[in-house]
Design a protein around this ligand. Structure first.
Ligand code: UDP
Length: 464
């Protein structure tokens, strides 16, 4: 971007959804617009999972009061929590914007609102103030195309998913099969469908959609979305590559950096890194299958076991006693890892992931082949793209079994396919680097985004 500070004197108000995989890209986007665009930044957030404000002294933060009770916040049902936020945050946000926009910071008038795509309530609140609203989609464009097709998929009988049809191709969305369609374990089955449809409508009504992806990775999906939506699409990712790794912390948990020195002692491309992100939960039986699959593979492994990830356990009590000790230093377990630094480490050979979008993109950017074990939401679509479209990983069967795990690890680390997969992912890594350089696709879309925000701004100022 030529004039780095074009946004100087204009404020952007951004609101994240309060989950790790959503907070990180939104704060990264805010930092990109601050450092590359020169905008002033205000982050409006829930008290539940509030961001680490000390990492961003250059932002203003405002917590919306009273959105969630402690009991509600302790539920593991992310769809239900998001529904509550969509209902309860409207009033406090309205009150906050009314004050912010009427008193106005004369030096920094608000140019627009940028909301996480699942916070669909923000569209009508912004409309009341004639405040332009952009959407940040924290997932990929390919899974979003599936979300945008939900009514059609229901009409064609693919949704709700039926066990007997899992292997059937979804003719409208190749190469997906019914088993790849997004599902969410919610106590309110209809809630996921409704949340998806409202979020899609919220994108259609917005001033534009910002993506943490890049054109070269998801061109077919972005092209289709441009045909289906009449609002601009700005694929300006990968967001985390705008910054030095670890330069700002967006993590809700404290990463255990001791694993980096453990990795230092391992051979190049030898270690399997295992992490299922911030929300996925597993059973005790699955924990044991993973443990024995890793042990039997004979490859070194770094395994993130979040406290509480095993249903009914505090941490790793279900592992057989002496499990790690008996592996003679071949395994290392942490509660939370500095994932970006881990993926960059030369010792990394593969990433066994649940295929949350952030993890998938981070792996692509570091050229680390993936073992895919998706659980819910967009993860199944992401995994299908990793294994069958980009061909940068292999999928595990749905049921986690030690023999299959051992086989998948060997296939990815040592098998004939390994070289081809590695070559494919290094190719994508190169594209991810190029798109951010001057004249690259993400560089140019960011430039357009800044220009579009500034041109909208003048009409908003008049309206206010
Ligand atoms: N992450 C991390 N340390 C860990 C595990 C995950 O820093 O030990 C980060 C990871 O880098 C990613 C985010 O947490 O940015 C997880 O987001 P993702 O979309 O992959 O999954 P989610 O947590 O939303 O299921």
């Amino acid at each position: 971007m030529e004039e780095k500070q074009r946004g100087k004197g204009h404020r952007l108000v951004l609101m994240p959804s309060p989950f790790q995989g959503h907070i990180t890209p939104l704060l990264q986007l805010a930092d990109i617009l601050y450092s590359k665009g020169g905008f002033s930044i205000t982050i409006v957030h829930t008290v539940f999972n509030s961001p680490n404000t000390s990492s961003f002294p250059h932002f203003t933060f405002h917590a919306l009061p009273g959105a969630l009770s402690d009991t509600e916040a302790s539920t593991v049902d992310a769809v239900h929590l998001t529904d509550i936020i969509n209902t309860r945050c409207a009033s406090p946000l309205r009150e906050y914007l009314a004050v912010l926009l009427s008193q106005g910071d004369k030096e920094d008038p608000v140019a627009c609102f940028i909301a996480d795509g699942v916070l669909h309530f923000t569209q009508s609140v912004c409309d009341e103030f004639q405040l332009p609203r952009f959407v940040l989609r924290t997932g990929g464009a390919s899974p979003f195309l599936v979300f945008a097709s939900f009514p059609l998929l229901r009409q064609r009988g693919y949704l709700p998913v039926q066990e007997s049809r899992l292997e059937e191709p979804v003719v409208d969305l190749p190469p997906l099969k019914v088993k790849d369609l997004p599902l969410f374990q919610s106590h309110h089955p209809e809630a996921f469908y409704n949340l998806v449809c409202r979020s899609v409508d919220g994108c259609k009504a917005s001033s534009g959609v910002i993506w943490n992806t890049f054109e070269e990775l998801e061109s077919p999906a972005l092209t289709k979305l441009r045909q289906q939506f009449s609002v601009p699409m700005y694929p300006i990712g990968p967001f985390h590559k705008y910054f030095l790794p670890g330069s700002t912390s967006t993590s809700l948990l404290t990463p255990d950096k001791s694993c980096i020195s453990w990795l230092d002692g391992k051979e190049n491309k030898s270690v399997v890194y295992v992490s299922f992100g911030s929300i996925v939960a597993i059973s005790e039986a699955e924990l044991l299958e993973i443990a024995w699959g890793l042990a039997n593979s004979k490859q070194p492994f770094l395994w993130v076991i979040r406290p509480g990830i095993v249903r009914g356990s505090e941490w790793i009590e279900p592992l057989p006693s002496g499990f790690l000790e008996n592996l003679g230093g071949r395994g290392y377990i942490v509660k939370w890892a500095p994932q970006e630094q881990v993926l960059k480490h030369p010792a990394l050979g593969a990433f066994w992931t649940h295929n949350g979008w952030n993890s998938t993109l981070e792996s692509v950017c570091e050229g680390v082949p993936m073992i895919c074990a998706p659980c819910f939401g967009d993860q199944k679509v992401n995994a299908k793209y990793v294994s069958d479209v980009w061909k940068v990983g292999v999928q595990l069967p749905n049921k986690l079994e030690r023999v299959e795990i051992e086989k998948a690890i060997r296939k990815l680390m040592l098998g004939d396919e390994a070289n081809e997969i590695r070559e494919n992912i290094l190719n994508l890594k190169e594209k991810a680097n190029v798109c951010l350089e001057e004249g690259g696709s993400s560089y140019c879309f960011l430039d357009c985004l800044v220009s579009d925000i500034l041109s909208l701004k003048s009409s908003t100022s008049r309206a206010l």
